[in-house]
Design a protein around this ligand. Structure first.
Ligand code: FMN
Length: 190
C-alpha cells in the first residue's frame, strides 16, 4: 500500500490520469491485489492521496488481467462504479498458454510470465464486452490486448471501448503504427 501512495503522491501533480496496475504477472503476488476486498481500500487511498497531492481531481483507472474469472470481472466493474473510478484498462498480459502454435515443450522452456499480442486478443475483447455490459456509459473503458490492425481497433470501439491501446503491435510495427491505423480508420469513415 505504501508504495502505491508514495507513487500517487509523486506523480499526481504532473499526471493527466493515474492507473493502478494490479495485473502484471511478472511481479510475484501483484495479481492477488485484484481481489475486491484488497482493491477497495487500495484504490480509495490512492485516489484520495492523488487528489490531495495535486489539488484537483486526477482521473484514476485500474488495470486488470485477462485471467480473472467472469465473476471477478463483474466484481471489479461493480467496485469501479461504487468507488466512482474514472475507468478500467483491460487487459494486461495473460498467464494462459492455450491456443499457441509453438510445441508445448518449447513454450514451457520459455518459462513463466505474461503473453501479449495475438494470444490475448480474444479474451481481451471478451473482457471488454463484459465490462461494457456491466458498466454502461459510466466509465472510460480502455481496451488493450492483441490489437494489431484498424479492423481490430474498430472492433474494440464497436464493443464499447472509449480508448484503444497497443503495445506488442507497436513494438513489431514501429513508431508510425498508430498513425497508420488512424489513417485507415479515417478512410473507412470518409
Ligand atoms: C515487455 C512488456 C512490458 C509490459 N510492462 C507493463 C507495465 O509495466 N505495466 C502495465 O500495466 N502493463 C505492462 N505490459 C502490458 C501491456 O501494457 C499490455 O496491457 C499487454 O501487453 C496487452 O497488450 P498488447 O497485446 O497490445 O501487447 C507490458 C507488456 C509487455 C509485452
Amino acid at each position: 500500500m505504501d508504495d502505491y501512495l508514495v507513487s500517487a503522491r509523486s506523480l499526481a501533480p504532473a499526471a493527466d490520469y493515474l492507473v493502478v496496475n494490479v495485473s502484471s504477472p511478472n511481479t510475484p503476488g501483484l495479481r492477488l491485489l485484484q481481489d475486491v476486498e484488497t482493491l477497495r481500500p487500495l484504490l480509495t487511498a490512492v485516489g484520495q492521496e492523488a487528489d490531495r497531492a495535486a489539488g484537483r481531481h486526477v482521473p484514476l483507472l485500474v488495470k486488470i488481467a485477462p485471467d480473472l474469472s467472469d465473476e471477478d470481472i463483474d466484481d471489479v466493474a461493480r467496485l469501479a462504479l461504487d468507488l466512482k473510478l474514472d475507468g478500467i484498462i483491460a487487459t494486461n498480459t495473460t498467464i494462459a498458454r492455450t491456443g499457441l502454435s509453438s510445441p508445448s515443450e518449447e513454450v514451457e522452456k520459455c518459462g513463466a510470465g505474461g503473453l501479449s499480442g495475438a494470444p490475448v486478443k480474444q479474451r481481451s475483447l471478451e473482457v471488454l464486452k463484459r465490462l461494457k455490459h456491466a458498466t454502461g456509459d459510466a466509465l472510460a473503458l480502455v481496451s488493450v490486448g492483441g490489437v494489431e490492425s484498424a479492423a481490430d481497433v474498430q472492433e474494440r470501439l464497436d464493443a464499447g471501448a472509449t480508448l484503444v491501446q497497443g503495445y506488442t503491435a507497436f513494438l513489431y510495427e514501429g513508431p508510425f503504427w498508430a498513425a497508420r491505423i488512424n489513417r485507415q480508420l479515417a478512410k473507412t469513415r470518409a
